[in-house]
Design a binder for this molecule. Structure first.
Ligand code: CAA
Ligand code: FAD
Length: 384
């Protein structure tokens, strides 16, 4: 067992930290208040090669490992989880899915610009469209249909809660082709936002990650060429599950970053704030909170890195990514509440950042599979 990062991994972590402080921290409170999508930050992340971090350089990516991805996600999420969710979706749901299961033509046409995050000088990112108004946790009960018309599919239906919904150029859409075959009848189709019949809904007014772009997307008789299906006929549900196993490492690392960002702020504040004649860090109640936060965060980090390491080694990481996600997200929610408590009344106002981290933490227990769903995945595999 080796707990040592390579020089390259440490450089990536430092680059992500520098980027987050220089580019994401300025304006983070205003973007949250105004629900402003961090377009400038995402464009610069693309220039750094962070929108297709793990993609092979022959398809426009940076060819980094999953450990580096975890380190970068943690650093950016310490400052702005609205930036990091966009990065996570593009890297681990969209690019990974296309690289693992796409055809050579799909990789040339779609993956390459998505991994670069740019096409013709413009931002070019993707979204993953699984959830529907009546199919969230129960993801195999898809109502969106992809009718097989011979040389093309005709897609109809509504997708909900789509991250990068209005800012994406490309959608990976799960839809039902053979309803009688249930999860085995679902296909994943690549649909361009600009195609006739595609409509994007308004931006959701959210509790947290308010800068991120969450919308519904509607499909009305959208004609999709057969060559835009990813994988064999009926592979769509397995595609979604396999892709989400990696996506959950990204969201687990986002939660880790929110937790460690809250901890760093609480530690700093406890050294500055005085009460009863001494800095509050000298009160044992505060020391114990900080000790528990540091311990749980370290455990969350170990789970994230183990899942990433297993992925890099070509091992099965389904259980470890679900364990990392459920533990990190619950740690993030708890640690952010503790950080607000350590800040007292100042924690309750926006300038001190911890109230935003607390609001942002909540979503990590819900998206890419709720905590209950992670426990279903873990227990089913353990009980096999
Ligand atoms: N890899 C490969 N195959 C898998 C798999 C995996 N990880 N998980 C399931 N499958 C296969 C099963 O083996 C089964 O195949 P067979 O019939 O051939 O045996 C098939 O898929 C159906 O599996 P289940 O019976 O387990 O399916 P289920 O209907 O009971 O659902 C579930 C299982 C785990 C609850 C699943 O529906 C699930 O993960 N739900 C949560 C959905 C989710 O995470 N959505 C996230 C949307 S994206 C997002 O949220 C992005 C964002 O916010 C930023
Ligand atoms: P439901 O499935 O209705 O669950 C309601 C409650 O019941 C939850 O607590 C759940 O855990 C519990 N529950 C359900 N079934 C069980 C069970 N069998 N056992 C125990 N408890 C159960 N989806 C995408 O496809 N792409 C995206 O990019 C995307 N981005 C999102 C961004 C945001 C900001 C949000 C809020 C959501 C996003 N989602 C996205 C959707 C997200 O993945 C779903 O909200 C999530 O999977 C839960 O589904 P649901 O909201 O329908 O809740």
């Amino acid at each position: 067992m080796n707990f040592q990062f390579t020089e390259e991994q440490l450089m990536i972590k430092q680059a992500a930290r520098d980027f987050a402080i220089a580019e994401c921290l300025p304006g983070v409170i205003e973007r949250d208040e105004q629900q402003k999508f961090p377009k400038e930050q995402i464009t610069k992340l693309a220039d750094l090669g962070f929108m297709g971090m793990m993609v092979d350089p022959q398809y426009g990516g940076s060819g980094m490992d999953t450990i580096s991805y975890v380190l970068a996600m943690e650093e950016i999420s310490k400052i702005d989880a609205s930036v990091s969710v966009c990065m996570s979706v593009n890297n681990s749901l969209v690019c990974w899915g296309l690289e693992a299961f796409g055809t050579e033509e799909q990789k040339q046409k779609y993956l390459t610009p998505l991994a670069q995050g740019k096409k013709d000088g413009e931002l070019y990112i993707g979204a993953f469209l699984l959830s529907e108004p009546e199919a969230g946790s129960d993801a195999s009960s898809q109502h969106t249909t992809a009718e097989d018309m011979g040389d093309h599919y005709l897609v109809n239906g509504t997708k909900n809660w789509i991250t990068n919904g209005s800012t994406s150029s490309v959608y990976l859409v799960m839809a039902q082709t053979h309803p009688e075959q249930k999860s085995h009848g679902i296909n994943t189709l690549i649909i361009e936002k600009g195609w006739p019949g595609v409509t994007v809904g308004g931006k959701e007014n959210k509790l947290g990650i308010r800068g991120s772009d969450t919308t519904s997307v509607m499909f009305d008789n959208v004609k999709v060429p057969k060559e835009n299906r990813v994988g064999e006929d009926g592979f769509g549900f397995k595609f979604a599950m396999k892709t989400l196993a990696g996506g959950r490492i990204g969201i687990a690392s986002q939660a880790l970053g929110i937790a460690s960002g809250a901890y760093e702020l609480a530690l700093k504040y406890s050294k500055e704030r005085k009460a009863f004649g001494k800095e509050i860090m000298h009160h044992q109640a505060i020391q114990f909170k900080l000790a528990d936060m540091a311990t749980r965060i370290e455990a969350a980090r170990a789970l994230c890195l183990k899942a990433a390491w297993q992925k890099d080694q070509g091992q099965d990481y389904t259980v470890s990514s679900s364990m990392a996600k459920v533990f990190s997200s619950e740690t993030a929610m708890w640690a952010a509440v503790e950080a607000v408590q350590i800040h007292g009344g100042y924690g309750f106002v926006k300038e001190y950042h911890v109230e935003r981290l607390m609001r942002d933490a909540k979503i990590t227990q819900i998206y890419e599979g709720t905590s209950e769903v992670q426990r279903i995945v873990i227990s089913r595999l353990l009980l096999q």
